[in-house]
Design a binder for this molecule. Structure first.
Ligand SMILES: [Zn+2]
Length: 343
């Protein structure tokens, strides 16, 4: 599949089932007005959305992006006049967070009422829809109810549960799962020049999220920061409530950092669960913290492991919904079990 992805112009690694369905939609002339890709951060949603836009516009018209024609190249460079991509922008000073701008969404919707410049349709790629506020969400909903012309909206989100049902019901929804470790490994070696050892390590550490694996391969700071956050999490387990709340005070100031940190914690606790129930053959992700993970698993029973994971998920949803970050994180601190020092 990787070979096919490269030769056919799909940059997407894995997600074969979704790619094949999208190709079928194009080839059978059954394109819908709105698509939604949901799945954890860095799993390949943005790449897939861009590939899909190229495949729709490609002059080869074979259901794949050729990667070489004018529309494919312009979309790759984010310069196509009929394809607009909207991503959250950083806002706030005291509390840093990224949000989709309602003005940007409204401007896009306005442009969609005008005739396209080069194509026979307009396409909007909207990333991280979980960061859309009520007004942005309502503005988009109105358009999805009566989409102009042959327009197509390709929306992606890290958190499907924070997207309004009224929007979900108008989209063809694809849930993206982590890519199997061997596929990530091969891609890291063949496309990004990783060594065999690096690829083996990063495929697992990333939990099959290809974007995260590439980031860890190409950015040493990301790897350091991951280790630091995992060590902090492990230390935190033995902390009193007062020290845990002091930690939250720092974490809450950057919502994006908090979201990244929680994703790492989620991975760590999933590993604790795998270790605790001893599922035959399921590999843990954080293989470099195997000893610590075993130690936590030996001290916390399965009911509390499941409760902790569910508390982390709940906090992630709260942060995506722009709830009070301090409150959400403090509640989480009260739910994480106390464990004797493990590292
Ligand atoms: Zn092309």
């Amino acid at each position: 599949m990787i070979e096919k992805s490269i030769t056919s112009g799909w940059q997407t690694i894995g997600h074969e089932r979704v790619v094949s369905k999208l190709t079928n939609h194009i080839l059978s002339g059954q394109l819908r007005h709105s698509y939604l890709f949901s799945g954890p951060p860095s799993i390949g949603k943005n790449t897939l959305a861009n590939d899909f836009a190229k495949a729709i516009c490609c002059i080869d018209n074979l259901g794949d992006p050729c990667g070489l024609c004018r529309p494919c190249k312009l979309i790759s460079a984010s310069k196509h006049p009929d394809v607009v991509e909207i991503s959250p922008r950083v806002s706030g000073k005291a509390i840093v967070q990224k949000k989709l701008s309602v003005d940007e969404i409204r401007n896009t919707i306005y442009r969609f009422t005008l005739n396209p410049v080069e194509l026979d349709r307009r396409i909007a790629i909207i990333n991280n829809f979980e960061t859309a506020g009520r007004m942005a969400s309502d503005a988009l909903l109105k358009t999805l109810e009566e989409p102009p012309g042959d327009s197509i909206f390709i929306i992606s989100t890290n958190q499907e549960s924070s997207v309004a049902d009224t929007i979900l019901s108008r989209c063809v929804v694809f849930n993206l799962s982590p890519t199997p470790f061997p596929v990530v490994e091969q891609a890291l070696i063949k496309v990004w020049g990783a060594t065999k050892q690096e690829a083996h390590f990063l495929a697992r550490v990333s939990g099959g999220r290809i974007g995260w694996a590439i980031k860890l391969l190409t950015d040493n700071k990301a790897l350091e920061s991951r280790s630091q956050k995992l060590v902090e999490m492990l230390e935190l387990l033995s902390f009193s409530r007062v020290r845990r709340f002091a930690y939250v005070e720092d974490l809450r100031k950057d919502r994006q950092q908090a979201v990244t940190t929680l994703a790492l914690w989620e991975g760590l606790w999933r590993d604790v669960m795998i270790t605790s129930v001893d599922t035959n053959g399921t590999e843990i992700s954080n293989i470099d913290y195997k000893t610590e993970i075993h130690e936590v698993a030996s001290q916390v029973d399965i009911t509390n492991i499941v409760k902790t994971l569910s508390a982390i998920h709940k906090t992630q949803r709260a942060l995506h919904k722009n709830a009070n970050a301090r409150l959400a994180l403090e509640v989480l601190m009260l739910q994480i079990p106390l464990v004797r020092h493990v590292n």
